[in-house]
Design a protein around this ligand. Structure first.
Ligand code: C2O
Ligand code: CU
Length: 472
């Protein structure tokens, strides 16, 4: 499908998007009644991703919807879900960004066995931090995520900021055929794995090609943006609104920052406080900027038609969100220092790497679908990359010796970037540009075995995956 958004906007009406997705809620509720915990069921379903003159898309989804069911709880609550696997292949659920009990982290072969076809697994854990999170599979993620398996997980503060509305926008990037079906022939394509990952041709927000949210002038929204794409980095801006960033990857900033141009890497989240400034009868827009060879293209990915006025004047700038109980970094000079070199990929200079206990030349690695490495090791090492004592402050200096950006994600913890003039905000996923170096620091206070990988999921499947052990 090569149709651009602008052509769509001309050729379709809003009615085409109203058809919605569906009908699974009743069944989900019925199943939930029999089970101890509410059921989160993954299976095949249809989704109306493209306009009405296209067929619905056959997707894999949670609860028969894309995105999957919204999970909204309070900070300190327990989340319980019986995951049921009605997919044609094994799966797990990973609760991205949660400082979770290791046994509930959803990593096959590390924290649990993959849930077989027709099987189930009971997830049960406490939510220590407020913020914007999401859930997704951690088995064959490059396929399962691309087919539509993801959902939002919102943890509310005890004392949330005053806003008129709190809205979640889950962004995705699909590769669809001209019949609006998942482009299956390119699932697992080595060309994508060695380059930027699976970049799509159809962007959705909350599962819709044209998403709309009607607002009022001077209304204050909290917008929670989640990037659920396999590999696309979104570059975003808002028009007809004043926005502040109040949290990144769920973690509050000490001071809200005016949000002009945002980059949102795979798996990253941003919480915005947005005041609508567009006139009554006008429209505010969320715009995606894409660099093309012949310049920048702009697409409106969500429209906010304005009807009515919420108040006479805009509200004053927002206060920071209440902080989460994440321990402060210890003495950085005394901290343990580690180095992580990212290597490989197309146009890189990696000659080969260790894999399965021996050195392999690049052509043999490619034959096994492994085209990336960390510190000369492609794919998961048998032994942890590092083992750290509980409570230790760890610094990791990452060097991106590849021709591609990477979205580095640490499980079970949040880290800060360490700069020359101080430390950055807490995050769980950090973009490291081609040729760049970035150092992070975190307190290893969550015992267990934790993955550290690139969240361009073709890159992690292609070798950019390691793990560390925090002793109990
Ligand atoms: Cu979003 Cu290893 O995960
Ligand atoms: Cu990567």
């Amino acid at each position: 499908m090569r149709v651009t958004r602008r052509e769509f906007l001309k050729s379709t009406t809003c009615a085409a998007f109203a058809a919605g997705i569906g009908g699974g809620a009743g069944m989900l509720a019925a199943r939930a009644a029999e089970a101890a915990a509410p059921v989160l069921r993954a299976g095949e379903s249809l989704a109306r991703l493209a306009p009405g003159d296209y067929p619905e898309t056959r997707v894999w989804s949670y609860g028969n919807s894309v995105p999957g069911p919204m999970i909204r709880l309070r900070q300190g609550d327990r989340l319980t879900r019986r995951f049921e696997n009605a997919l044609p292949q094994p799966s797990t659920v990973h609760w991205h960004g949660i400082r979770i009990d290791n046994a509930m982290d959803g990593v096959p072969g590390v924290t649990q066995d993959a849930v077989p076809v027709g099987g189930s697994f009971d997830y049960d854990f406490v939510l220590p931090d407020a913020g914007t999170y999401w859930y997704h599979p951690h088995n064959r993620t490059w396929e399962q995520l691309a087919r539509g398996l993801y959902g939002p997980l919102i943890v509310e503060e005890d004392d949330p900021p005053e806003v008129d509305r709190d809205e979640v926008l889950v962004l995705d990037d699909w590769r669809l055929t001209d019949q609006a079906q998942i482009h299956e022939d390119s699932l697992g394509a080595m060309h994508d794995w060695a380059h930027a990952g699976r970049i799509g041709n159809w962007i959705t927000v909350n599962g819709k090609g044209e998403s709309r949210l009607s607002v009022k002038r001077n209304e204050r929204l909290r917008l929670r943006l989640i990037n659920a794409a396999n590999a696309r980095i979104f570059y975003l801006s808002l028009e007809g609104a004043t926005a502040w960033t109040v949290a990144l990857d769920g973690q509050p900033l000490e001071t809200p920052v005016p949000a002009e141009r945002l980059s949102l890497g795979p798996a990253q989240r941003v919480d915005l406080i947005v005041d609508v400034t567009a006139a009554d009868g006008g429209e505010a827009l969320l715009i995606s900027h894409e660099q093309k060879r012949d310049g920048e293209e702009r697409y409106a990915i969500t429209g906010f038609p304005v009807s009515g006025t919420a108040r006479g004047a805009a509200l004053p700038a927002p206060e920071p969100l209440p902080p989460n109980p994440i321990p402060a970094l210890g003495d950085l000079n005394a901290a343990r220092k580690e180095v992580l070199r990212m290597e490989g990929g197309a146009m890189g200079r990696m000659q080969g790497a260790m894999m399965g206990g021996g050195f392999m030349h690049m052509r043999d690695l490619v034959g096994r679908g492994k085209v990336w490495a960390f510190n000369g090791q492609a794919d998961m090492p048998d032994e942890p990359w590092i083992t750290v004592a509980r409570g230790e402050t760890v610094r990791i200096a990452m060097t991106n010796d590849t021709a591609w950006p990477h979205a580095m994600h640490l499980h079970g913890h949040h880290f800060r970037q360490i700069g020359t003039t101080g430390t950055g905000p807490l995050r769980d996923t950090l973009l490291v540009g081609q040729g760049e170096t970035a150092e992070i620091g975190f307190v290893a206070d969550n015992p267990g075995d934790w993955l550290f990988h690139c969240h361009m999921v073709e890159h992690s499947a292609g070798g950019m995956m390691t793990w560390l052990r925090v002793e109990g």
